[in-house]
Design a protein around this ligand. Structure first.
Ligand code: GLC
Length: 527
């Protein structure tokens, strides 16, 4: 049915945070063998590809986003043989495998950085961003780290500062240096040759910085109580025009291989985000669109967001939508139980590739983390401002046994309190569960090209009711989402294909479709 489209257009992506998916060796941390055990579950769920957050050797200061070897596997997760076995097993089941590529920074324990900091005239000195102090030891400019404090670290040994957009243990590579580019391209080829189907590129909009390192301007919208990074507008430290050359080179490497995908992590408003598709669409296939994660949960705001995003897309660019990831609050806690079902229907009926975050399909909540269990370095650096990311990274809830079937021993992060009710085993048996809804939505999206490939048209926004149409080759589907608590209705004729409450399948609608509070409906209109 979808033969003329690359798989990542009609496909559904699923993000796995490997530390928290399945532990196979009883150390309380998930691993690759664990992921292999759970592949049949992904198959049953109906997704097309899994994206693994970093699994490479790392001191784990930022839980794998601080890499000390780009072409190995951290022993915590397994071995290269385990990885090969995972790719083979996934491919056998028709699942693609996407890796996280973290090209912006390495760990400070990466051999490249150890060399680079060893002397001012080391061959790798220029692989990182070193500058003389201002005055005695002051930072070279006012740039701030996303994780709090100055983004410059003074290194007394050679008397210069190095730049780090995140932790001081994550020095930024200098992408103006062609050797750095070549080295990272070779890293990509290493994994692509091993059968990897693409990359999600970490902090793509950070990759290149102003060559003059100009000070960032103050943020006029900053208010007391916001996290310190927001004091400045990161005008010169991120989203520089030159980044698009870097991205198009990454894409060229991807294009040396058949059928691979390049995804970019980019937190920018729609107008700036879409530039990452590249000139003539020669950039990222899918610059991640995170707008739904932060948009207020009301019909008007969401309708406007969809319209703004659709309008900003360059001709031929393929959209995508994300509702959650390992850095943001879980959707179930953000919008609440029944609205989380509406959110699931929205994500799986919008035009563009959806990315699901592990556990959202069973309604996993943001877990409250007691102070003595906090692991996230961001929370430790900037405490009490709500930036902590541990709560969305807790172990997957497989069943109601001890440690939720995730591990046989105490997991690295606490489990949610509602494991007994919210887990895969229980929800599988309940035909009205969140998991059953997700599976039904995914199955419908796979079966109906209107949903996977069709056009999008806003039909109406009235009060809390958002109604849109998806159409493909003359066939139409109507999606009506009630984002409020009161019931609502609209004029319609046709047959219900799915309700978020899972109880109105095949109901005929003759004139007026009424929706309960927090109900979403997919309707096949009569001709
Ligand atoms: C990205 C990752 C985040 C990480 C940061 C630094 O935003 O998603 O988890 O901390 O980059 O690598």
């Amino acid at each position: 049915m979808h033969e003329n489209f690359p798989w990542w257009k009609s496909g559904i992506l699923y993000q796995i945070y490997p530390r928290s998916f399945q532990d196979s060796n009883g150390d309380g941390v998930g691993d690759l063998r664990g992921v292999i055990e759970r592949l049949p579950y992904l198959r049953e769920l109906g997704v097309d590809a899994l994206w693994l957050s970093p699994i490479f050797p790392s001191p784990m200061e930022d839980f794998g986003y601080d890499i000390s070897d780009y072409t190995g596997i951290d022993p915590l997760f397994g071995t290269l043989d385990d990885f090969d076995a995972l790719v083979a097993a996934a491919h056998n089941l028709g699942l693609r495998v996407i890796l996280d590529l973290v090209p912006n920074h390495t760990s400070d324990r990466h051999p490249w950085f150890i060399e680079s900091r060893s002397s001012r005239d080391n061959a790798k000195r220029d692989w990182y961003i070193w500058r003389d102090p201002k005055g005695e030891v002051g930072p070279p400019n006012n740039w701030l780290s996303e994780f709090g404090g100055s983004s410059w670290e003074f290194d007394a040994y050679t008397g210069q500062h190095y730049y780090h957009a995140f932790l001081r243990n994550q020095p930024d590579l200098n992408w103006r240096n062609p050797e750095v580019r070549r080295a990272m391209h070779d890293v990509m080829r290493f994994w692509l040759r091993r059968g990897v189907d693409g990359f999600r590129v970490d902090v793509m909009w950070h990759l290149i910085k102003d060559d003059l390192l100009r000070d960032n301007p103050p943020n006029p919208d900053y208010t007391e109580g916001q996290q310190p990074y927001q004091q400045l507008v990161p005008l010169y430290s991120t989203d520089r025009p030159e980044v698009h050359d870097v991205v198009s080179e990454l894409r060229q490497v991807i294009d040396e291989f058949d059928d691979r995908v390049l995804i970019g992590e980019i937190y920018l408003p729609p107008g700036k985000l879409v530039a990452y598709y590249g000139r003539d669409l020669a950039g990222a296939h899918l610059p991640f669109n995170f707008a739904l994660i932060s948009t207020p949960w009301n019909a008007r705001a969401i309708a406007k967001l969809i319209d703004d995003y659709e309008a900003a897309l360059p001709p031929g660019a393929w959209p995508n939508w994300v509702l959650g990831n390992h850095d943001r609050q879980r959707i179930a806690s953000r919008v609440g139980g029944d609205q989380a079902r509406v959110a699931a229907m929205l994500l799986l009926t919008l035009r563009g590739t959806p990315t699901l975050y592990y556990g959202d399909e069973i309604g996993m909540p943001q877990v409250e983390i007691p102070p003595d269990r906090v692991r996230d370095p961001w929370e430790k650096n900037v405490p009490g401002m709500g930036v902590g990311r541990d709560g969305c990274r807790t172990p997957m809830q497989w069943d109601a046994t001890a440690y939720a079937g995730f591990s046989v021993s105490e997991p690295w992060l606490p489990l949610s309190k509602n494991v007994a009710l919210e887990n895969v085993a229980t929800e599988r048996r309940d035909s009205a569960s969140m998991l059953s809804l997700r599976r039904a939505l995914i199955a419908l999206r796979r079966a109906r090209p209107e949903l996977s490939l069709g056009t999008y048209k806003l039909v109406s926004v009235a009060g809390d009711l958002l109604v849109f149409e998806r159409a493909h080759q003359g066939r139409r589907l109507l999606v009506a989402l009630n984002l409020g608590v009161a019931s609502a209705s609209l004029a319609a004729h046709g047959r219900i294909l799915l309700s978020t409450f899972m109880d109105r399948q095949a109901e005929e609608i003759d004139g007026s479709l009424s929706l309960r509070g927090a109900e979403g409906i997919i309707l096949k209109p009569s001709a």
